[in-house]
Ligand binder design. Sequence first.
Ligand SMILES: [Zn+2]
Length: 454
Amino acid sequence: MATPGVRQSAHSFRRIAHPFFTVVAFTALAATLCASPNAATALLPPPALTQSYLTHPTPTPPDTVLRVTFLDVGQGDAVLLQAPEGQTALIDAGRGDILPLLREMGVEQIDLMVATHPHADHIGGMRGVIESIPVRFFMDNGEPHTTATYRDLIAALEASPEITYLEATPRTISLGSATLEVLPLLPRGTTGHNDRSIPLVLRFGDFTALLSGDSEVRQLTHLVGLGVVPELTLLKAAHHGSDNGFTWGFLQAARPRVVVISVGRNNSYGHPRRAALDAYAATARETFRTDLHGHLQVRGFGDGSYVVVQGDQVASARAGGWRRGTEARVAATATAGSVASALTSHAQLRITVQADAPGNDHQNPNGEYATLENSSAEAIAIGGWRLCDLANHCFRFPAGATIEGGGRVVVHTGSGQADGERFYMGRRQAVWNNDGDTATLYDSKGATVLAYSY
Ligand SMILES: [Zn+2]
């Protein structure tokens, strides 16, 4: 897969109808983005890839690096992928002009441009790129938007017939010796734009990253349910660190070692949210934010280790400028996330949820409740701990709260007078989903204590 050059294979093009323009698409599952500028775009039959969301690429040489750069574009996303062999992919392009940043990075061509979803903070900068430097492939989720920004992008694509359109269906794309896997999307028209962000898994040897635009709880839950979320080295926090951009189930599947949040300073959305920061702190070894650190570049190595470079160093260390030994690599063998250990640290605690209240759940919020039982002989202090559902409706236990040895506490969804054994979330509507949900208890530092799914 990694060998650049012309491949003699059955080129199979067909015209397909995009909502706004007619495009040429590949029928094969895999398209190889070749390193040689003279090489024809090659199509490969998908021998090992048909079933292969989780297929590992061929082993990589030890002295190569994959660069994943989170450009500081304010409130938005623009992530540049640079394969060891030089291929580039741009996943979203922020709201404004990112050309100066790309030029600073020494980027002269984009092999693959991906619009994860058609919101302006992800596609606003694409037109300028398309009109200024060669772009070979463009991928979106096939769902149009009504904004002028979107129409501008489509106009730029229509004016660039040399760009090949790829729809975001499950497929694996080679980017030199790295691969990009497109995970399945929720069906078109069934959910909002954020939850149809194109989810991408980037693999380079044992280094694995996941980027999924502005995914929210529904899409993340969908991906976990499909079993396609791999254990990660790097996670791009979904939805700019919003509290609807993570679930505990997703983080427990992904176990990222490093999380990067692409978010603007003093943005009006309150991103990143405290609940998300707590969750990433409880799960990952380290979290970085473009609003605090500027540009962020994660350099991934085939053995799964990585280095994070910040701010001005990102551009100054562009192609060829990598100085081995100037940064401490984070070894691949370091403890991967704290969820597993946290989950077993309070084995004497148990959560159960009574989700289905008598009558109409929304009119009887105290009819649903969560119960925490302590089977040990000793009291457990839970002041400052939080109990949350999958959608991050949380209840924080007041200072001094405890569960007596052999005792229990009950958290009702509605309102009432707490008495040390009974607590009330103070909600007017039901919280716990009757069709299945996850109750997660985490301590005052945000570490997961226990999760219960039903
Ligand atoms: Zn966004």
